[in-house]
Design a protein around this ligand. Sequence first.
Ligand code: PLP
Length: 466
Amino acid sequence: RPTTDRPVLDTQTLWQKDKDHFIHPFTDFSVFHEEGCDLITDSEGIHVQDSRGNRFIDGIAGLWCVNVGHGRAEIGQAMADQATRMAYFSTFNNLSNAPAAELAAKLAELAPAHLNHIFYSCGGSAANDATIRLVHYYFNRLGKPEKKRILSRNNAYHGTTYLAATLTGIESNNWDFDTLDHLVTHLSEANCYRRPEGMSEAEYCDHLVREFEDTIAEVGADNIAAFIAEPIMGAGGVLVAPEGYHARMQAMCRANDILFIADEVVTGFGRLGHFFASEAVFDTRPDIINCAKGLSSGYAPLGATLISDEIYEVLGTPQRKGGVLSTGFTYSGHPVSCAAALKNIEIIEREGICENVREVGPYLEEQLRTLSHHATVGDVRGSHFMMCLENVADKITKELLPVEARVGDRVAFEAQQRGLIIRPVGHLNIVSPPLIWTRGTVDRVVAILDEALTAATASLRKDGYL
Ligand code: PLP
């Protein structure tokens, strides 16, 4: 679609307003105060465009979320239709709306068979936060009020509300922030690339299961409410656990009356080739699945907690005469967001987007692995449309480059100069594209990355880091 029919933006003024007033999340202010932000002004399909007219392939689906791609007019139309028919009304006190009801039924149909009850929120952090509150309430109702502790993992990312930030295990995310430490115990992440030397993957899995067992023994099963895990850890470095890990963790949870919560905020809605990865890919049946992001492909803010029949039986009865389930948000089940999600799901099904991921995903993995010959590429990992390059100083020792070398930034910068946006996270580069990439797109992207890595390596050499 030509961009000329769109209103012209006064980008210099916008840049200034943004710099003066918008507190950006996860932004380095030492750079921001000097340079401000690039404005992304237009998008279409797999591309986005900045205010200077530069067009890029979107290699990160916005932020792991624009799963069906950009510029879907039919999602915009569904939202506009709903906004003009009935933009908002309460879902408290026995009121509902059509898209929220339709979507709840659709999610129950798509999810593993025992997850039939949906609690809505406005994003992933809020979904995780609401879930922990509901889990505590559930155990209180069962007469087990001491079951409060949540087991999470180092390097997990579960969001930034107070509680979600506490679940999060990426240390730098909480620098100088407070956390609610009495509620959460962190276990080791499952990092096959950096597992202890000499351990096979199977032994490593045993090792992690033993640590889990020891933690249960130490904290006491009577004090533990739940274990929360991303099926593949995303922002923490796209870490794929050893074969059988999740199923074994779930078995241990079952045996100890601990709920198993899957945070599918990234892995849900097609990124691994299925609407939900828990059962289809990892052979687990979580008590609760959380989702957001790809649920609406980012066209509107929305999160959802998918709850088992067994838990709902408790949540769905009043705690006392006249009592209500007193938790939820003004925008729980927002009609415009739910309308966006319904159209998004219709597109995923109609266009066979999960099938595309199952077809193109292994090709993306294989082609990205051809980049392993570059001096800095220590590991290429991930699955399907959730991939990552780990940059190192030394491939044998896996030693990292110094932080000030900013290797992830360098690779991302060189890629962006060549028309591709990927995400730097410390020494990592993440590729988590819209799910409509074809084999042809993969070829273009890998050619760009090949050049970008060559250029980044040259600049690291020039600056004396290699
Ligand atoms: N959970 C996971 C696995 C995520 O990756 C994210 C965001 O990246 C969140 C939760 C938080 O979601 P949100 O940013 O929508 O609050």
